[in-house]
Design a protein around this ligand. Structure first.
Ligand SMILES: [Zn+2]
Length: 157
């Protein structure tokens, strides 16, 4: 017992040069529990003992960049279904609308920009702020693009 207590003191004593603790940790005669002990107890009893991590990416919340909705729930594209349909506007104009995407978790202006470019068509984010409209019938192209971005898609009509 006396020898073990002495080793523990040397392992945790910051004044001991690193070389001596290195020699200690590679010593085959030292029980593994004595080597591991100082590390496993590092955060014991402190708030850091169990850091709060994101349930989706597993990172500490401070490092998590997962998309979240207005309530703070993780809502990545894979958990959102884009509903794509054709609608008639005034003067017989056809638009392809994309609804069902969370306007907080998803960057609709960025999606609009990409869809406009892919479809080579004009478009807008609806005045309600939760729907993207592209002029013309581009259901297949839009569905393919959103699928590529990770969204689930449902094409209606
Ligand atoms: Zn995350």
């Amino acid at each position: 017992m006396h020898i073990r207590a002495g080793i523990h003191t040397r392992l945790t004593n910051p004044s001991v040069p690193p070389t001596s603790s290195l020699r200690l940790s590679i010593s085959p005669s030292l029980p593994p529990s004595l080597i591991i002990f100082p590390m496993s107890g590092l955060f014991a009893g402190t708030p850091l003992e169990r850091p709060v991590t994101c349930e989706f990416c597993g990172k500490p919340l401070a490092d998590c960049i997962c998309p979240r909705d207005a309530e703070g729930n993780v809502l990545p594209p894979s958990r959102q279904t884009a509903v794509i349909r054709i609608e008639k506007r005034r003067r017989g104009k056809t638009v392809t609308t994309v609804s069902g995407l969370d306007p907080v978790a998803s960057d609709l202006p960025a999606i609009l920009k990409q869809l406009k470019s892919t479809c080579a068509a004009g478009g807008t984010v609806s005045h309600t702020g939760d729907m993207v409209e592209i002029q013309g019938d581009h259901r297949e192209r839009i569905a393919a693009m959103l699928t590529e971005m990770g969204y689930k898609t449902r094409v209606i009509g």
